[in-house]
Write a new protein. Structure first.
Length: 268
């Protein structure tokens, strides 16, 4: 079982959790941080090599959570052009293409291996999607997508893997291909999510920013930080709120607090 609530209040920590986070102040050395940044692509490629297409579940919840994919049509069978920025192996892309026959999707990922998995998927068709490898912090999306041509951009569990100093570059890149009046749909890790509290000492890279054992990194967003990030690049905020879920594992009697940030930002 699980319950879910949405709102603007951050999760309240227990005294034990607050103490654990307060104690964990030692940052990973600058040398190692530079190495992680340099090897970010390699680490994600290795992640997909180890896990193949089996790590993430297919995300059949996307259209339920993001009514925008239906709402932004002027008529029912209108063709929509979407961009999935950071598509991984297609866990969000393929359910969407199956569910909605009137979508053309651009999809890109940092990892060349992930892109290859997408192309090998039986559902992949060049008539319905164009997938390409791209570092969103430096490769110009205009090389693959016409300016002002995309109806909806999905940015789902992607920005958290990028160094906070470079996140604005991703939003600037996406802005160029998004049609005026259209939206970026965002979902990612929120402050004090269970995953943040599980990091062992020695994993901290900066405020709300951590490294996993496999070298991939994760940032945990506050509502304020995300809002400032998008607004600084010219977007208007439509929705920006925490989604708090408590997942209950009855067999082991575990209650796991999950916190995500779910948001929608519009290009004026």
């Amino acid at each position: 079982g699980a319950f879910q609530k949405k709102g603007h209040s951050a999760r309240v920590l227990s005294p034990e959790e607050a103490e654990k986070l307060a104690k964990d102040q030692v940052l990973v050395s600058e040398f190692k941080q530079l190495k992680l940044e340099k090897e970010a692509q390699k680490n994600w490629d290795l992640f997909y090599k180890r896990n193949s297409t089996n790590f993430f579940k297919d995300r059949h919840w996307t259209t339920r959570e993001f009514q925008e994919l239906k709402v932004c049509r002027e008529f029912t069978d209108q063709k929509l052009t979407i961009l999935e920025a950071g598509c991984g192996v297609g866990n969000c892309l393929f359910p969407l293409l199956e569910e909605d026959k009137n979508i053309f999707a651009y999809a890109c990922d940092f990892s060349p291996r992930a892109v290859e998995y997408v192309k090998k998927n039986a559902l992949y068709s060049t008539e319905r999607c164009k997938v390409f490898q791209c570092d969103l912090t430096k490769d110009d999306l205009l090389d693959n997508i016409p300016a002002d041509s995309v109806d909806v951009v999905t940015l789902i569990f992607v920005l958290s893997a990028i160094h906070p100093d470079k996140m604005h570059l991703v939003l600037r890149n996406i802005y160029k291909v998004l049609k005026p009046g259209r939206c970026v749909l965002f979902r990612d890790y929120g402050l004090y999510d269970h995953a943040m509290l599980r990091f062992k000492s020695g994993s901290k890279l900066g405020e709300n920013f951590y490294v996993r054992q496999d070298g991939t990194r994760s940032y945990f967003f506050t509502e304020e930080f995300l809002s400032q990030l998008f607004k600084a690049e010219g977007y208007e905020q439509v929705v920006n709120e925490y989604v708090q879920r408590e997942t209950v594992n009855r067999k082991e009697d575990l209650r796991v607090p999950r916190v995500f940030l779910q948001s929608k930002f519009q290009k004026p």
